[in-house]
Design a protein around this ligand. Sequence first.
Ligand SMILES: Cc1cc2nc3c(=O)[nH]c(=O)nc-3n(C[C@H](O)[C@H](O)[C@H](O)COP(=O)(O)O)c2cc1C
Ligand code: SF4
Ligand code: SF4
Length: 267
Amino acid sequence: MSSVLYYYSATGNCLELSRRLAEAIGGTRLSPLAKFRNQTLKVERSSHAGFVFPVYAWGPPRSVEEFFARIDLSDVGYIYAVACCGGTACNTLPMVDRLLRSKGRGLDAGFIVRAPGYVEVDPQDPQAGLIEFVRLRSGPVARPVEERLPEIVRAVQERRKSPPERGAWFGSAVGGFLHRASLGQMRKLDSRYRVSEACDGCGICVRTCPRENIRLEGNRPLWNHDCDACGACATWCPKQAITQNTAVAAAGRHHAGVSLGDMLLRA
Ligand SMILES: Cc1cc2nc3c(=O)[nH]c(=O)nc-3n(C[C@H](O)[C@H](O)[C@H](O)COP(=O)(O)O)c2cc1C
Ligand code: SF4
Ligand code: SF4
C-alpha cells in the first residue's frame, strides 16, 4: 500500500529531510502541505502518513497547525511526525498530537531532529534573552538529522508506536505558553519587512510564500499581514532585496541540496 509524506519548508531543511526519509522508507509520495491551504484534505487509504515541519517560536508553524485542523486521517494505518529545529522543540509534537486527537486520531510516533539553521537571532533584540532562557531549560538539545535518520526510518517501517518526543518540562511549559502568546504577533511581523532598490519585480517571493501573503503592486512586493515569519521570501529572492528586521530573520542562505525550483509553490 502506498504512503504519503507532507512537508513544510522555508529554507530547505525539512524538504531535504523529507526526501531522504521518503527514499529510505520506500513507496512514499512527497507533497508540500502549503498546496492544501484553505482546503479540507482526506488522506487516501495508506499504510502510513508522515509530516515533516520546522519549529517556529517553540511550536508548529501556524500554517501547519491550520493544516492539521483540516486533515482527515481516518483511513491511515500509521501516523508519524518529525519536527526539524535548531535544537529547542519544546512541546511542538505533543501540541500536534493533541490537535489531531481532538479530531479522533493522534500521532503514533513523533521525533525531534536538529539541523543547521539558515536563520539568525539578532543578539540586540530583547527576544534573544528569552530564546536563550527557554533553551537552557529545555533539556539536552535535539540530536542531529544524520544521527537520527536510520532509527526514524526503522520505526516507521516497523510501525513502532512511541509517545511524541518533547523537551524538558519547565522549558517546554514556558515555550508552549510563549508560542500561543506569539502567534498573533508573528502574523504581523511582515510589517517590519523592507524591500530594497535591487528588487526587479520578478515575483519569486509571491511564488515561494506558503501563505499567499505577498502581492506585487507596481512591481514591488506588498505583505498582507498574514505571515508565518518563515523567511522563504527573503531567502529565495534572487536579488537578496528583502530584509526582515525581526529577532529571528533569514540569513540569506538555504540547504545546499534544495534549489529555487524545488520551492516554487505556484506558477
Ligand atoms: C520564525 C522562526 C522561529 C523559529 N523558532 C525556533 C524555535 O523555537 N526553536 C528551534 O529550535 N528552532 C527555531 N527555528 C529554526 C527552525 O526550526 C529551523 O531552522 C528549521 O530547520 C527550518 O526548517 P526549513 O529549513 O525546512 O525551513 C525558528 C525559525 C524561524 C524562521
Ligand atoms: S523576489 Fe525579490 S526581486 Fe523578485 S519581486 Fe520579490 S523582492 Fe523583488
Ligand atoms: S511573507 Fe515571507 S516570511 Fe511571511 S509567510 Fe510569506 S514567505 Fe514566509
